[in-house]
Design a protein around this ligand. Structure first.
Ligand SMILES: [Zn+2]
Length: 409
């Protein structure tokens, strides 16, 4: 619960509001238009704009004559003025990106998650990867707004702490990755659950605003759902919203760790698909970093007409459809985006089955039908989203930022 106004935040809010409008106007927006849109006085607006130009965030475009009077000078965002780093820790693959102020990726790297060594080694590795990527992008550390880290939940976002991410070695457990990476890089670090970060990334790139109410289905070493309501990503009370792994989609399906049968997490897990497709033997343990290579083999076989591989991927699509319909019934979003680090490998075969399952479902309780879209960000969604969280903090104006929180944060 928030109430009242936080006066010191008002100045920052005005600045963020102006920056937010400028970034959403690719062709530029004049001071007069900004004053009309924000309700700020010309004097306040002029001061805010002058500061943004002086700090390099915004540049003055070519003056445009429009009727009598002084030509209007459009203000445009300089996307290269600052940047943000995003890291996505998935047990199957670690993804690193640098994004500019429009959220466009300017550098990208992938690494196999470290399977040995201590927590110190893990943090040092991540910090080195950030350094390497910034060097590759030609970005000065002083231009970096911060680092966003997306990781499997449950986690403690406020303390930057991972709990016990399944499928990651013990050295990752109880790792305070936020504060430790911040100390190692000298950059402010934010930790967020992977599905929340992915939703933020999709919203940031959603120029047409079709994802204002939407669901992001995440397919990596695990599954999850990111939710957006009225343009705002839903984090939940502790930042751990979106765990859908134990939604039963296949009664009589494989036994889950929770002792039920046919939970979504096990029904469409990469391991199950690989066994069903005959690519790995039942009971044969697969290290998470090997999943991508095996799934690539499955996709190649399905594309070449192998019946077992095709059926396994289609079965996953149909099972996912049941979860899509149920979650959509809960939220009435009607737009579902599917992505995550392993989805693009399955998508050619699984997506048509998913679409059929959704279209043919007799359980849909909403009126408009459900549109299923492939993620614009594909396997980078959570990494880009983590970086966009950093941009969001600097550049997205939310009236709730003006309110006083009930408890100290
Ligand atoms: Zn379960």
């Amino acid at each position: 619960m928030r109430r009242g106004s936080n006066l010191p935040a008002v100045g920052t809010y005005k600045r963020t509001l102006v920056l937010d409008l400028i970034r959403r106007a690719p062709a530029g927006i004049s001071r007069i238009e900004l004053a009309a849109r924000t309700g700020l006085s010309p004097q306040t607006l002029s001061n805010v704009a002058r500061r943004l130009v002086a700090e390099g965030w915004v540049r003055e475009g070519t003056p445009v004559a429009s009727g009598p009077g002084k030509p209007r000078t459009p203000l445009q965002l300089d996307p290269s003025a600052r940047c943000a780093v995003g890291i996505h820790l998935d047990p199957a693959v670690d993804t690193f990106v640098v994004v500019d102020l429009l959220g466009e990726v300017v550098a990208h790297a992938e690494r196999t998650p470290r399977q040995d060594g201590s927590a110190d080694d893990i943090v040092a590795d991540l910090a080195r990867a950030v350094d390497d990527l910034l060097a590759e992008a030609g970005r000065d550390r002083r231009s970096v707004l911060g680092v966003g880290v997306a990781a499997p939940g449950p986690l403690d976002a406020d303390r930057g702490l991972l709990f016990e991410p399944p499928l990651l070695p013990a050295a990752w457990h109880q790792l305070a990755v936020g504060p430790r990476l911040s100390a190692a890089t000298g950059l402010t670090t934010t930790l967020e659950k992977d599905v929340v970060a992915a939703m933020v990334g999709e919203l940031w790139r959603d120029a047409s605003q079709e994802l204002q109410d939407s669901i992001f289905f995440y397919y990596g070493a695990g599954v999850g759902a990111g939710l957006a309501v009225d343009g705002t990503p839903i984090r939940g009370r502790t930042g751990n919203a979106g765990d859908i792994a134990h939604l039963v989609v296949e009664p009589g399906g494989p036994v889950c760790g929770c002792s039920q049968r046919g939970c979504l997490g096990v029904a469409i897990s990469p391991e199950r698909l690989l066994v069903d497709a005959g690519i790995v033997a039942p009971g044969h343990p697969i290290a998470a970093p090997a999943l991508r290579g095996h799934l690539r083999a499955l996709a190649a076989r399905a594309a070449a007409g192998d019946e077992r591989a095709r059926r396994a991927a289609e079965h996953a699509g149909a099972s996912l459809a049941r979860a899509v319909v149920q979650i959509n019934n809960l939220l009435d979003a009607d737009v579902v985006v599917v992505g995550g680090p392993l989805w693009s490998l399955l998508s050619p075969t699984a997506a048509p089955a998913l679409n059929r399952g959704v279209a043919d479902s007799t359980e849909t309780a909403t009126l408009g039908g459900i549109r299923v879209l492939d993620s614009r960000l594909a396997s980078e969604a959570a990494a880009v989203g983590a970086a966009c969280l950093v941009l969001d903090a600097a550049m997205t104006a939310r009236p709730t930022d003006l309110m006083i929180a009930d408890s100290p944060v």
